[in-house]
Design a protein around this ligand. Structure first.
Ligand code: ARG
Length: 468
């Protein structure tokens, strides 16, 4: 990157009588960050030039020269040999200037019937579409990892919690399938968002359209856009598609953050439900015994910057009159940061989640504590004819007795149980087992191992259908 101002003549300074202030030049430039869209910018320019030649605005020979120049520039950029210049402000003008330097005056025809306003809107949409596809693939990889673990752990019993306290026994596979359900919705949300991202703004020019006989449907099909933006003012100015993506990303990060919190708890010595392989943890510089779950903690922490970017984008948009305003240049860093953060966090989770090693014994022991089968006892009484509220009361008293004697419900003698309700018989001990409890919840959406296996199979079928 050069800051050399003297060498760069602005592409727009025809009417200007003094050079841009040195600080203003730095302040208004975006090439430091928008160069990540170089590929999309070149792809958009090649499509635009192809359309211009198809409608007769430039000749076939001019098109060939422009395409050859842009292709060579793309190669230079890929090989790190392109000299970016702050003086040329943004990715668009850097590439356009390089094209003219390379192929001469024909390069100056590329911008016919186009403005940076519709150009940048096109580039961001192309960029975001690519990144949505990349993130979607990561979501699928993560979901497959979750499904593999869930099917292995379909019968593993753990305590299900409400208010972070033992509530009822569940299967670990069922818990993991809750994560799978979340990620599936995150995927669907992104696909839905993609449909609105995938609309062509090019042709809107600065704000009102252009007087050249352009063919916007041709540009759209060259760039694989599903549709053409129908209003030029809207096309160049709204960034709702980026905001929508950030909202999807925020919800996704909220999910990852919740799982991260669970993984931090589960891997703590207090819970010890799972072991995280060493490669996902770090040590402490002072406490030799420590193995810290840095990866999930960082994912939990990084949710904050994604939520922050969503707020930044909403705020950046809310006061803007139609049409384009330079405020919109501020859309890029939050958007790029969100894309990188989400991709990194998904990569970390896709690697880490299937590598978690469950401690089945500890999970089971924890499920035994906390009277997790109390609801089963109440349901047993209801099946014997007691109204549920009365059953609730009987079991509450029995739990009180068990707490006083430091015993689990299943450890109370039959006589003690029967003292509270004559409806209780020997068969109660079957009901009070953890297996009895989870197997009883054998309906669609329930925690029974059979249901977990069925849910995994359905999710795999849906993934396979998506993968085509
Ligand atoms: N770098 C600018 C952006 O990101 C490109 C569009 C500039 N258009 C303008 N009229 N100044 O928004």
């Amino acid at each position: 990157m050069t800051n050399d101002r003297s060498t760069e003549k602005k592409l727009w300074d025809g009417r200007f009588t003094e050079a841009t202030d040195a600080f203003v030049e730095q302040f208004t430039a975006s090439v430091q960050f928008d160069q990540v869209m170089a590929n999309q910018d070149i792809r958009g320019s090649i499509a635009h030039a192809t359309m211009l030649s198809a409608v007769g605005v430039i000749t076939d020979a001019e098109l060939a020269s422009i395409v050859e120049g842009l292709t060579a520039i793309r190669k230079d950029i890929q090989q790190g040999q392109f000299q970016w210049s702050i003086g040329l402000e943004d990715v668009h003008m850097n590439i356009e200037k390089a094209l003219t330097d390379r192929i001469g005056n024909v390069g100056k025809k590329l911008h016919t019937g186009r403005s940076r306003n519709d150009q940048v809107a096109t580039d961001i949409r192309l960029y975001l579409r690519d990144e949505i596809d990349h993130i979607s693939a990561l979501l699928m990889r993560l979901q497959r990892g979750i499904l593999a673990l869930a099917s292995k752990e379909a019968e593993t019993i753990m305590p299900g919690l409400t208010h972070l306290q033992v509530a009822q026994p569940i299967t670990f596979g069922h818990h993991l399938m809750a994560w799978s359900a979340m990620i599936e919705r995150d995927y669907a949300r992104l696909q839905d968002c993609r449909r609105r991202v995938n609309i062509l703004p090019l042709g809107a020019a600065a704000l009102a359209g252009t007087s050249y006989p352009i063919d916007r449907h041709l540009s759209a099909s060259l760039l694989d856009f599903e549709g053409v933006a129908e209003n030029s003012l809207d096309a160049v100015s709204d960034r709702d598609f980026a905001i929508e993506f950030s909202a999807c990303a925020s919800i996704l990060m909220m999910h990852l953050s919740r799982w991260a919190e669970e993984i931090v708890l589960w891997s703590s010595p207090q819970f010890a439900f799972v072991d995280l392989p060493d490669r996902f943890c770090t040590g402490s510089s002072i406490m030799p015994q420590k193995k810290n779950p840095d990866v999930p903690e960082l994912v939990r922490g990084k949710s904050g910057r994604v939520f922050g970017s969503l707020m930044a984008l909403l705020t950046l948009m809310k006061g803007q009159p139609l049409a384009y305003n330079k405020d919109n240049q501020e859309d890029k860093e939050p958007l790029f940061d969100t894309v990188k953060t989400v991709s990194d966090c998904l990569t970390a989770f896709a690697d880490m989640v299937p590598a978690m090693v469950p401690n089945r014994g500890n999970m089971r022991t924890a499920a035994m504590r906390g009277y997790a089968t109390a609801t089963d006892l109440a349901d047993y009484l209801v099946k014997k004819g007691l109204p549920f509220r009365d059953a609730h009361d009987v079991v509450g008293k029995l739990v009180g007795t068990a707490i006083k004697q430091a015993l689990d419900l299943a450890e109370l003698p039959l006589a003690t149980l029967q003292a509270e309700s004559g409806l209780i018989a020997e068969d109660i001990y079957q009901v009070l087992t953890l297996e009895g409890s989870v197997n009883a919840r054998n309906h669609l959406g329930g925690t029974a191992p059979d249901q977990v296996r069925a849910a995994v199979a359905r999710a795999i079928a849906r993934l396979d259908a998506l993968a085509g």
